[in-house]
Design a binder for this molecule. Structure first.
Ligand code: UT7
Length: 315
């Protein structure tokens, strides 16, 4: 049994903050942000929430798939920024979209979260436990951002993306994922439930270390997933990476010796939306007809934990 994506959706907050507006809040400028990151704007939730964005993306994905909410028997929401702890975001989505037959839970693996949620759902479908799954990445990172820290606030944005998965006859794909808890201190954020020092409730990051980690580990993860599935890089149509920094995407393409045209980006419009970035990009590509049935797609995430991962799918 293999898993196929039969619908995509996304929900993006209405309010758009470009680099010029951001440079009025903190000592930075449009040129620096564009050159160092590729980001030109990000969307910030004013009236939206992590839950409402997740439900919006889920509804759009179901509509796109033609599948009814009652048919969904698994909902996984990947998030690090939900305003609800209990009930979990996935149960809130279930209520809002009327997916009364679904098992629902959240998953936190930061920017690797969508790929790991996809793997979890695909494994459940392959094992025959579930038939139809909704996998959602939803984030309001603006709530975890220190708007006085120019090393982080220029990067992040809010949004949600979702995919509908179904099982189909055929051979499943083997994913790759890895974690390194020893290096977790390079990207942190505390809840305030324990003792914290000033500023620790916001994302704190050693940007250069995260950058080096991503450039080293993402190509390794992609090579490993290609090898596990006996596929050469020339057979891959698209590499859809977590959208953190355009220079990371370019460096990964160089390491893999693959043409940059196979590495679509949309961080220029949304910034880094953590676990939402890959499904939002999938949805952009699906709706604009860029993704064609039968194409081979590699998705790859990396981020806090540290965690990194890659999976392969046929469109
Ligand atoms: O989802 C995964 C999460 N995170 C990431 O993927 C982040 C990975 N890292 C990065 O994207 C980059 O490291 C950053 C974009 C965060 C920073 O870029 P960088 O090229 O590593 O810059 P840097 O920290 O080495 O700073 C270079 C210079 C410094 O000035 P001096 O010391 O050379 O005079 C900084 O003070 O740029 C300065 N700088 C800025 N200037 C204008 C740092 N941030 C800014 C800023 N605006 N926002």
């Amino acid at each position: 049994m293999k898993t196929v994506i039969c619908g995509t959706g996304s929900a993006i907050p209405e309010y758009r903050m470009d680099n010029c507006e951001l440079s009025q809040l903190v000592d930075t400028n449009d040129e620096w942000i564009r050159e160092r990151t590729g980001i030109q704007a990000r969307h910030i939730a004013k009236k939206e929430t992590t839950v409402s964005l997740a439900a919006g993306a889920a509804k759009a994905a179901l509509e796109n798939s033609g599948i009814s909410s009652e048919e969904v028997d698994l909902i996984i929401v990947s998030t690090i920024s939900s305003e609800v702890i209990l009930p979990c975001t996935a149960c809130e989505v279930q209520r809002m979209i009327g997916a009364s037959n679904a098992v629902c839970f959240d998953l936190n693996a930061a920017c690797s979260g969508f790929v790991l949620a996809y793997n979890t759902a695909a494994a459940g479908i392959t094992a025959g436990i579930y038939k139809t799954a909704l996998v959602i990445g939803s984030e309001c990172l603006s709530k975890l951002t220190n708007w006085k820290d120019r090393g982080t606030c220029i990067l992040f944005g809010d949004g949600a993306g979702a995919v509908v998965l179904k099982g189909e006859e055929g051979e499943g794909r083997i994913p790759f994922a890895c974690s390194d808890g020893e290096s977790g201190n390079v990207l942190t954020c505390k809840t305030g439930l324990g003792q914290i020092s000033e500023g620790e409730e916001y994302m704190q990051m050693d940007g250069q270390e995260v950058f080096k980690f991503a450039v080293r580990k993402v190509p390794e993860a992609i090579r490993e997933v290609l090898s596990r599935n006996n596929i050469g890089p020339e057979k891959v149509d698209w590499y859809i990476l977590h959208q953190a920094n355009k220079r990371i995407v370019e460096a990964v393409a160089r390491h893999l010796k693959e043409p940059i045209e196979k590495f679509p980006v949309n961080m220029q419009e949304y910034g880094n939306t953590s676990s939402a970035s890959i499904p939002v990009l999938l949805d952009d590509m699906n709706r604009t007809g860029v993704l064609k049935r039968g194409q081979t797609v590699v998705i790859a995430g990396f981020g806090a934990g540290l965690t990194w991962c890659a999976s392969m799918l046929e469109w």
